[in-house]
Design a protein around this ligand. Structure first.
Ligand code: ADQ
Length: 456
């Protein structure tokens, strides 16, 4: 298995790594990734551990590697492009080289550790070419890949220099997983149209230059049991009480996101501003809490988003605050999953409005934390992968177009006024999927399918 250790934010890794660890014990394999550490002599720093049939190996990267590979190609080229943000996408030959160099190095380090029966599961856009680099070193094991973020439409993806080379490397995987059918279809479309591969739509089978890869959708879920256990803690109860007592007779509406332009945060604030403009009599009904810890601060576009957000929240608070009322609370830090559970439970509305998102686990966590008898309402962007599971025939989540302040404003009004019976019905539509299609099910489905492929 190969994972970039530094992906995600506090709390995000716990459930996923726990579930993957269990899968590794069942199937055998290697847990491998970046240590998250910088080292000027990275060659000498492989941290290796083997226990219980699971090998954990992490390596350090040099400052140049981090700049070119992580901040550069991964987070200034692939991340914005895959989130449809051509305006923020930077194409630099040097960072592309850094990306290839680090993938080579990962392959060098991990290949001697691989045993003949290991399943190899590579995660995310940092490591797209890793499978091919392993094949070049004679690794014939089954290798699967999962993309946690969207796959862009062909007409956007072709703006990437060397796009064909990148996808050719991906076809060395036996199984390629996407969060939703939409991203899977975009990938198949590219393979057919740009590579001239033979594609069997129904099974996701791609035949190209003598190799066969299978592309399927595996929507990721939350670690339900872990999250519920967190929710039963004193810490969660305390967090819930803390929020309830500070909002008193007003309804709390909550957003929890990494500070990332893909999450639609300025657009969200605009939507809230529109709601207050259209319903000035309701300013006293609502408090919006946005929890957004900074991420990828070394990347320029992430510094811009922080300033924009502070400005927008400040403007609304300046115009709408009273001595005893601040309509938007904007908090720049992370919280534990237990605390988040408590905050979610105290909030009448969960506002999750990414402009584009592979899945979005916060949407699922918000619903998972609700009181079945008196649940809150999830407002969800139609452009989050989660919308394909959570909004069914006009029930479940209230869907919005995150680019439209009027749409967001309307959804807030609908959610605030929603009768209990409808809130319950919408909750029941979502909760079964969230409970059953959890991260363990996701891991099992992927590993079983990978084990069943013909193999490299
Ligand atoms: P992310 O873009 O990081 O993940 P998301 O799916 O919402 O987005 O997961 C974030 C996780 O971090 C959640 O578990 C959440 O609770 C936690 N988190 C967010 N803000 C936090 C805060 N302030 N304090 C503490 N914890 C916080 C990428 C893709 C997603 C995809 C996931 C998993 O971009 O689309 O759903 O991977 O595949």
């Amino acid at each position: 298995m190969a994972v970039p250790k530094a992906r995600g934010v506090a709390g995000a890794q716990g459930g996923l790594s726990g579930a993957l660890n269990a899968a590794l014990k069942d199937h055998g394999g290697i847990w491998f990734g970046w240590s998250g550490q910088e080292s000027e002599d990275p060659e000498g720093n492989i941290h290796l551990q083997r226990s219980d049939g699971v090998t954990t190996a992490t390596i350090d990267l040099s400052a140049r590697d981090i700049e070119e590979y992580y901040n550069g190609y991964a987070n200034s080229t692939l991340w914005p492009l895959f989130h449809y943000r051509l305006d923020l996408t930077r194409y630099e030959r040097e960072t592309g080289k850094g990306y290839e160099r680090v993938n080579e190095r990962f392959a060098d380090c991990v290949s001697p550790l691989i045993e003949p029966d290991d399943l190899i599961w590579v995660h995310d856009y940092h490591l797209l070419p890793l499978g091919e680099r392993l094949r070049a070193r004679g690794i014939a094991n089954r290798i699967g890949f999962f993309l946690h973020i969207p796959w862009p439409p062909t007409r956007l993806f072709v703006s990437l220099p060397f796009h064909e080379r990148l996808v050719r490397t991906m076809l060395e995987y036996d199984l390629i997983g996407f969060q939703t059918d939409e991203w899977r279809e975009s990938f198949l479309h590219y393979c057919r149209k740009e590579l001239g591969a033979e594609v069997e739509e129904a099974t996701g089978t791609i035949r190209f230059e003598g190799r066969t890869a299978i592309a399927r959708a595996y929507p990721i879920g939350i670690d339900w049991d872990h999250f519920q256990a967190q929710g039963a803690s004193e810490e969660a109860r305390h967090a819930e009480q803390r929020l309830l007592s500070s909002t008193r007779d007003r309804s709390a509406m909550i957003g929890v996101d990494r500070l990332d332009y893909s999450k639609g945060l300025p657009e969200r604030i605009d939507g809230i501003g529109r709601f207050f403009d259209q319903h000035p009599d309701r300013v006293r009904d609502l408090v919006f809490i946005q929890i957004a810890p900074p991420s990828r601060e070394d990347v320029e576009s992430y510094q811009d988003i922080r300033m924009t957000l502070e400005q927008k929240a400040g403007q609304i608070n300046g115009a709408r605050s009273e001595v005893d009322l601040v309509p938007i609370r904007y908090v720049n830090r992370g919280y534990s999953h237990a605390e988040l559970y408590g905050f979610f439970r105290a909030a009448k509305i969960g506002l999750v409005t990414p402009l584009r998102d592979g899945m979005n686990l916060v949407a699922k966590e918000y619903v998972a934390a609700q009181d079945r008898d008196d649940p809150g309402v999830l407002i969800l962007s139609r452009f989050a992968g989660a919308a394909q599971q959570l909004a069914v025939d006009d029930t479940g989540a209230v869907l919005v177009n995150p680019y439209s302040p009027d749409d967001i404003s309307h959804a807030i009004r609908v959610a605030l006024d929603m009768p209990l019976a409808e809130r319950r019905a919408r909750y029941e539509t979502m909760i079964g999927t969230i409970r059953d299609d959890n991260v363990q099910t996701w891991t099992r489905r992927f590993c079983d399918d990978l084990a069943a492929t013909a193999g490299g």
